[in-house]
Write a protein that binds this ligand. Structure first.
Ligand code: SF4
Length: 354
């Protein structure tokens, strides 16, 4: 292949060679990553990529191992009950991912004979697989050329090309630039993508990038200009809206606690949780608590991606009137409370009330 240069005069072959040489010596060992003498397992790659969306590598590690121990193949995962999957997912957040993961496993198992497709269009027809995940699966599981760009790689590109336009406006340009270095290359696309991820996590880190250790420091415009630590620039964050609501700690004569399955259309939809009121903006009208429930004077706070939430904890002995107002109550004994798979928000309440 003829040597290509980007319009920023980066020699693509040399750049990739530097990245791949570094990877051969310094790649991270990760539970889902195939060793150099192994063929990647598409089930492992897909599972890890879904878990890693909005979640860090150290958090995902134990979940990945737990899922593989419980469901060693995609057919096993497809045959699991959705409740079991969301139960095991509890704590990873963004619960729609767990439901989509399960839906995807069912499709791949039942309709595709357990084999993930290799083409982007086919991959993106599956639940929970968008542009980034399809590119990552293509490159890492099947070693196909693909432009894999996560937040780490956006940061590296912003520095290599010294892009000073703030994110997210510069996102498209950063992806195009990553594509100049990646897209049509057939030499080790999976290793190249994973190498950039590793460099982003350990060397080209958000604050104080460790340029002295970087294999592509000679190609880096931001380093030359002395502005690496300032990039990528970001637009000032919008202040998150504040919401509030009530959460109910309802107990029966056996001192069991009432949990309900949340509506699919709500936040944390489909998950088991303590009963709550609606969550409203703090500027809205006050919420009227359930009859007979008393304010415990305690509350928990939780931050979601798009808003902060404060839930005031109300307690009540579960009388018939209250229970009738709730659908599908599941009573959980005190001893089961620490094992139950519930979102972190409700774990905070359990911790306070236990
Ligand atoms: S030289 Fe520094 S800023 Fe540039 S890519 Fe490497 S670590 Fe990042």
């Amino acid at each position: 292949m003829a040597n290509k240069t980007t319009n920023h005069n980066i020699n693509v072959d040399k750049f990739r060679k530097a990245i791949l040489n570094w990877y051969d010596k310094h790649q991270r060992t990760l539970p889902w990553r195939a060793l150099s003498n192994q063929t990647p397992n598409p089930y492992h790659v897909w599972l890890s990529e879904i878990m890693l969306q909005q979640t860090t590598v150290p958090t995902v590690g134990p979940y990945f191992e737990k899922f593989l121990n419980k469901w060693p193949t995609i057919h096993d995962l497809a045959n699991a009950h959705q409740d079991e999957v969301t139960h095991e997912w509890a704590g990873l957040g963004y619960y729609a991912r767990a439901r989509n993961l399960h839906k995807c496993a069912i499709t791949v198992s039942n309709e595709l004979g357990g084999e993930f497709p290799q083409e982007q269009v086919e991959l993106e027809k599956l639940s929970g697989i968008g542009g980034y995940t399809s590119a990552a699966i293509r490159a890492i599981a099947f070693n196909k050329p693909a432009n894999v760009v996560d937040g780490n790689i956006e940061r590296i590109m912003s520095r290599i090309f010294a892009i000073t336009e703030p994110m997210p406006d510069s996102k498209k340009d950063l992806h195009n630039m990553a594509g100049l270095l990646a897209d049509d290359r057939k030499d080790r696309p999976g290793d190249y993508a994973q190498a950039l991820m590793d460099i982003g996590s350990s060397i080209c880190i958000p604050k104080n990038p460790r340029c002295a250790l970087c294999p592509v420091t000679d190609f880096c415009e931001a380093k030359k200009l002395g502005i690496a630590g300032e990039l990528p620039k970001k637009k000032p964050k919008k202040v998150k809206p504040e919401k509030m609501g009530h959460v109910y700690w309802l107990t029966n004569d056996k001192q069991e606690v009432a949990f309900v399955r949340r509506d699919e259309k709500e936040m944390l939809g489909g998950m088991l949780g303590l009963p709550t009121s609606e969550w409203v903006l703090t500027s809205d009208e006050a919420i009227i608590p359930l009859t007979h429930a008393q304010d415990s004077k305690q509350h928990i706070s939780h931050s979601f991606t798009h808003f902060n939430l404060r839930l005031d904890i109300y307690i009540a002995h579960a009388q018939e009137g209250i229970i009738k107002a709730l659908d599908n109550v599941k009573w959980v004994s005190r001893s089961e409370l620490s094992e139950i798979g519930i979102p972190t928000l409700f774990k905070k309440v359990v911790k306070l009330m236990k």
